[in-house]
Design a protein around this ligand. Structure first.
Ligand code: GDP
Ligand code: MG
Length: 164
């Protein structure tokens, strides 16, 4: 069956923006029910001739810190069980947070392939100094992306595809 890529990360890091950008390369939308289409969580995509499924694990997310961590842990567990590769997405502007560290450790322990994305790297070229702190998550080399402008998303998918 098709490889599945899950996007995991805190509220507001840009999961939906990345999902929509990748789903822009879609073949078909599975959820065609009215009301579901507006905040689509699942799409079938194609990149370099390969078909895969992509899941946005977000949706309606809590705003209270304690609830956020619980929600993220649940998202991560679900992704660990159901995805072939996880894209863990973080935010250059907020830097590494305690919940990022917590979930990164969970993902790392799972042994599941994880690709680390640092979103909102809106200026192409040299990474900003803040970029380097994301190495502390222990998930290997971070990929700087801008889900908004599309920078770096191809390299991110190429990295994820190594695990298919
Ligand atoms: P989610 O909660 O993780 O699904 O995050 P969203 O995709 O809803 O994005 C949260 C906010 O960040 C929105 O205001 C987006 O417009 C903004 N955003 C997402 N990606 C980028 C990016 O690459 N650069 C910038 N500057 N803003 C972004
Ligand atoms: Mg979202």
């Amino acid at each position: 069956s098709k490889p599945t890529v899950a996007i995991v990360g805190r509220p507001n890091v840009g999961k939906s923006q990345l999902f929509n950008r990748l789903a822009g390369k879609r073949l078909s939308i599975v959820e065609d029910t009215p009301g579901v289409t507006r905040d689509r969580l699942y799409a079938e995509c194609e990149w370099r001739g390969r078909v895969f499924s992509i899941i946005d694990t977000g949706g309606i997310e809590p705003s209270n810190d304690n609830e956020i961590l619980k929600f993220m842990r649940f998202q991560a567990e679900t992704a660990i069980h159901h995805a072939d590769v996880i894209i863990f997405i973080t935010d250059l502007r907020t830097g590494v947070t305690a919940s990022d560290m917590d979930v990164a450790a969970m993902l790392q322990r799972s042994g599941k392939p994880v690709v680390l994305a640092v979103n909102k790297c809106d200026k192409p070229g040299q990474p900003e100094p803040e970029f380097y702190e994301f190495y502390n998550l222990g998930l290997g080399e971070p990929f700087g992306i801008s889900a908004l402008h599309g920078y770096g998303t191809g390299d991110l998918l190429d990295e994820a595809f190594q695990y298919f």
